[in-house]
Design a binder for this molecule. Structure first.
Ligand code: C5P
Length: 220
């Protein structure tokens, strides 16, 4: 099986770029952030603070997450419900960042991620794919962009969806998540030793997709 690991901070364009690259290559695109989001959403629904590890851990055995793939698109199922849309709110983003710092949550999601890559060619995106989840991935890419550029993209996306957003809040949220993700003790966000770092600041989506595809193809 072939695995392409794409890591990087929130808003670097990972999901859009990785999805496009997967489609070109005929691989499955796996968005691992959605798994952390589903755990975060579960805790919110139970009325539990996502950063309270003593409350979160005992509940993990009740969390049933499945990823389903239809025409290359990933659907996230929590219990019997499809939560693909529901996990995209700012509240769930922050909850995902909080639960992701709990080692037991990471262990809980680890085998789920590995199993998908055992039976499929994947482009998998996240924060620790090249370093922890798929250390033997054939190609590892660390995708990044300046915080301002990433916040600008996220802001435009949310505005287009008609959500009431304030740019400064988007930027502050993103910087807080960056800090959480890169300072946690387990699986912090750092480029894998052999990762190729791609900075997408100032690039159009097309340029970034092209760049990624050419890196992937020349490293396979
Ligand atoms: O990628 P996305 O923004 O959807 O991820 C939500 C949160 O899940 C991130 O802020 C990060 O804290 C966490 N995450 C992680 N490891 C991954 C993917 C996401 O810790 N592999």
């Amino acid at each position: 099986m072939i695995a392409i690991a794409i890591d990087g901070p929130a808003g670097a364009g990972k999901s859009t770029i990785a999805r496009r690259a997967a489609a070109e290559l005929g691989y499955i695109y796996v968005d691992t952030g959605a798994l952390y989001r589903a755990v975060g959403l579960f805790m919110i629904k139970k009325g539990i603070s996502p950063s309270d590890s003593a409350a979160v851990c005992p509940l993990l055995e009740q969390v049933q997450i499945r990823l389903a793939f239809q025409n290359g698109e990933q659907k996230v199922l929590l219990g019997n419900g499809d939560v693909t849309g529901e996990i995209r709110t700012p509240e769930v983003s922050m909850a995902a960042s909080d639960v992701s710092a709990i080692p037991e949550v990471r262990t809980f999601l680890f085998s789920l991620q590995q199993n998908i890559a055992k039976t499929n060619n994947v482009v998998m995106d996240g924060r620790d794919i090249g370093t922890v989840v798929l250390p033997n991935a054939q190609v590892k890419i660390f995708l990044t962009a300046s915080p301002e550029e990433r916040a600008k993209r996220r802001f435009a996306e949310m505005k287009e969806k008609g959500e009431p957003v304030v740019f400064e809040e988007v930027l502050a949220d993103l910087k807080k998540r960056d800090y959480n993700d890169s300072h946690r003790t387990v699986a912090p966000l750092v480029p894998a030793e052999t990762a190729i770092v791609v900075d997408t600041t100032g690039n159009t989506l097309e340029q970034s997709v092209e760049k990624l595809l050419s890196i992937i193809k020349s490293n396979l």
